[in-house]
Design a protein. Structure first.
Length: 150
């Protein structure tokens, strides 16, 4: 692991490469159930294998709950974020963190030739950076103090 790794490296190290998606004509209730069941905070919205949006817990709270709408009667397409921010797998982790911070997003779909290949969360990236920093600290300690007996 390296602080200059790409999103591709992050995706390759994730426990699961599965990307859960939902069509825009499914109801928000189904999206919330899926997010809860998979312990995820957002779902890419896909129509005929094409990424058309993303729906998050934030979209649900702001566009359904606060507006008094019913999650059982509201299609995902009505509340999804359509102004997508996506990344290429070759994007560096720190660049992705900067992009996500600037755009105030927590989930970043990774796309190749308009095909969704994965999704990274801000948590995935922060965990990676912290892990890289811990490894670097250990290397510096070993360099300065000599290797510790293990």
């Amino acid at each position: 692991m390296d602080i200059v790794d790409t999103l591709s490296a992050i995706l390759n190290h994730k426990k699961s490469r599965a990307v859960w998606t939902i069509p825009p004509d499914h109801m928000v209730f189904e999206a919330i159930q899926l997010m809860s069941g998979k312990n995820i905070g957002a779902l890419p919205v896909v129509r005929d294998t094409v990424l058309v949006g993303i729906v998050s817990e934030r979209d649900y709270t702001r566009k359904v709950i606060l507006k008094g709408r019913s999650s059982r009667d509201t299609p995902v397409g009505d509340i999804m974020t359509e102004d997508l921010v996506t990344a290429d797998p070759s994007m560096k982790v720190l660049s992705a963190l900067q992009l996500m911070t600037e755009r105030s997003i927590r989930h970043l779909p990774v796309v190749v030739d308009e095909e969704l290949t994965g999704i990274v969360s801000i948590g995935d990236l922060v965990r990676h950076v912290i892990s890289c920093q811990a490894a670097l600290i250990d290397q510096l300690k070993d360099y300065v103090l000599g290797p510790s007996p293990r």
